[in-house]
Design a binder for this molecule. Structure first.
Ligand code: ZN
Length: 619
């Protein structure tokens, strides 16, 4: 792999486009696509969304660029392929091969010498893991059904046959027909209101990888925030969402000032129903977010800064395979933290950094005692595994702390200059870990006459855990929180000390509490922070873990409601894991999970099924 890195640097400097073409020759362990021989360049998608049958029927017409051979290979999973035509109208000879539980099938299509496009008529099936069909009662408005997709990491192939590898980029156009009382949106140019026909057209002019294909359909309204940004949500949520995300434009301006122009024209956000499995998903032009960000005090908007930052790290410079996932997420957490620092000050961003470290250490402890301790390295080997396994705090926060270390070691000015050039040089192309190391070393040598030691990357990227010489972040405000936590545990009334605390200070307070607490201590703490009744999902879930661990019964019913109504995996996984540690907890978890599971997206159920050793119905 290493020699490829050196090879790419040459091409990257010579011609960014060339590098992208060559790089697609590197096999992706999570795709059957033969993009080295024949690569897709444009998608025209014509689709009808039917809520009665919970099915999308579509024609996907792919424009191809052939370098050699007489076939194109796409990824497909749980799709019903009806027919395939070549551009001359002739039916194509094709086969669906294999049926891997993770990867799905290889769709091999025979090409004629002159073939430029292929049209695939197909339907999705109930097994489409990207799609979540919601009944009206699972939405905020409770009147209309809702659909959203989640394609990352390799689920795009369950709703569109495609070369489902982050190394393959294409532009797209689409025409989507939905019931006339609903609005459709994609990761593309979007409508801002419903029309009577229920037919919506879309265009994505900038090439994107398949994991950034996105569609959502529902009773959705729009509110502008600035000329180039706005918020979509169900009508009953719109007001709260627009208030919570009022700083959108300021965030875009801060991001541009840091690392260069925003290249995707518009930046909008849609607040989805609560079953959305992530905090946010960086679908280009239209970030998808969970309603658990609507805390009512704008305290959880760093997720928006994160998804916006992906417009550079990830969506412009994309990890080549999921083994390099830290390049997407570590850069994004770094960028997010810089946006937050610019808008709300260093004191605030340092609190976020300390919380990131806490999350990372918790996750690394868990991973180290599990079957894949090498997952605490930044560079992963996910061959034969679900690439979703890469989505741990290691990619996000160990990646962040490596970049923070590079910044601190050689100076912020140099690092910012490097990042600006990095994002512009490699825009719309892919990056792997080895190439990044070479690019960084070369840049620092040529621009600053600095020789960066290999040992630094070896200890961060190819070794488990955190390096011995890692300097953790610190926060003065958190030091005061730690004093208050000590005093509270000694029985002192700390009400006055907590006055004006932010969400981040409360979270740190909860993180500082010991594993074991008495019922009396729990009651006093709960009176102090009103955690059990908190509407802030971060605080409630952190408190739930403490309450479950210490068998604090008042948490039971609020926790049941929370688990049934929230589909965000980040909250669900630790809570179900903690519950499963005792027989009573496990019984409660299983009972709640049976009721809650239909409200969760596949991304969440695939994780929680494992936590609870749950046998999915029908399998
Ligand atoms: Zn991210």
């Amino acid at each position: 792999m290493r020699k490829w890195g050196v090879f790419f640097i040459f091409f990257a400097l010579a011609c960014g486009k060339e590098m992208n073409d060559e790089s697609s020759m590197i096999p992706d362990p999570h795709s059957y696509a033969n993009s080295g021989q024949c690569v897709v360049t444009h998608l025209d998608w014509r689709a009808t969304v039917d809520f009665t049958t919970k099915q999308i029927s579509a024609t996907a017409t792919w424009t191809i660029h052939r370098k050699e051979g007489n076939e194109v290979v796409l990824d497909a999973k749980s799709l019903k392929i009806d027919s395939i035509f070549l551009d001359n109208g002739k039916p194509a000879v094709f086969s669906l091969e294999g049926d891997d539980p993770i990867l799905g099938q290889a769709l091999r299509i025979r090409l004629e010498p002159e073939t430029k496009t292929i049209s695939i008529r197909y339907r999705t099936t109930p097994g489409a893991e990207a799609l979540q069909w919601l009944m009206p009662e699972q939405t905020a408005g409770r009147q209309h059904p809702f659909l959203f997709t989640q394609s990352q990491a390799i689920l795009a192939r369950t709703w569109i046959p495609c070369q489902d590898s982050p190394g393959v980029r294409f532009t797209y156009t689409a025409e989507v027909t939905v019931p006339s009382n609903l609005l459709a949106l994609m990761s593309a140019s979007n409508p801002i209101e419903k029309n009577e026909s229920g037919i919506y057209t879309f265009e994505m002019k900038q090439p994107v990888p398949s994991y950034l294909l996105a569609l959502t359909v529902g009773d959705i309204a729009f509110r502008p925030v600035s000329d180039r940004s706005g918020v979509y949500a169900e009508p009953v949520t719109l007001e709260a969402a627009a208030w919570e995300f009022a700083d959108l434009e300021k965030m875009i301006a801060a991001a541009e000032e840091l690392y260069g122009p925003y290249l995707w024209e518009r930046y909008d956000v849609i607040v989805l129903p609560p079953s959305f499995p992530f905090g946010g998903m960086e679908n280009p032009r239209l970030t998808f977010v969970t309603p658990t960000l609507l805390a009512g005090d704008r305290s959880l908007t760093s997720v928006i800064a994160h998804e916006l930052a992906h417009s550079w790290s990830g969506n412009l410079v994309t990890n080549k395979t999921w083994n390099d996932f830290w390049l997407n997420e570590g850069f994004t957490v770094y960028f997010e933290t810089r946006i937050m620092e610019k808008l709300y000050g260093r004191e605030h961003s340092e609190m976020l950094a300390v919380l990131n470290l806490h999350d990372l250490e918790t996750d690394m402890r868990e991973i180290s005692s599990g079957p894949h301790p090498d997952d605490t390295k930044l560079k992963l080997d996910l061959q034969g595994r679900n690439p979703d396994d890469a989505a741990t705090d290691v990619a996000y926060n160990k990646g962040y702390f490596l970049l923070r270390t590079l910044e601190e070691k050689y100076g912020r000015e140099k690092f910012d200059a490097f990042l600006r050039d990095y994002f512009s040089t490699y825009a719309f192309s892919v990056m792997d870990t080895e190439t990044f190391i070479d690019v960084f070393k070369t840049y620092y040598r040529e621009h600053f006459n600095i020789n960066v030691e290999d040992a630094l990357f070896t200890s961060w990227i190819y070794s488990r855990g955190l390096p011995a010489d890692f300097t953790p972040p610190s926060s003065d405000r958190f030091a005061k929180v730690e004093d208050a936590a000590r005093n509270a545990l000694e029985g002192q009334d700390i009400t006055a000390a907590t006055k004006g605390w932010t969400t981040q200070e409360w979270l740190h307070f909860l993180n500082m509490l010991p594993d074991t607490l008495t019922q009396a201590q729990l009651q006093t703490l709960d009176r102090l922070g009103r955690f059990t009744e908190s509407g802030n999902a971060e605080i409630f879930s952190a408190w739930s873990l403490i309450a479950v661990r210490n068998n604090y019964s008042p948490i039971r019913e609020p926790l049941r409601r929370f688990l049934i109504n929230t589909g965000r995996r980040k909250f669900l996984t630790p809570i179900y894991t903690e519950l499963a540690k005792t027989p009573e907890g496990r019984a409660f978890a299983e009972e709640v999970y049976r009721a809650a599971r239909p409200n969760y997206h596949f991304v969440s159920t695939s994780t929680i099924d494992k936590v609870l050793s749950f046998d999915p119905p029908g399998l």
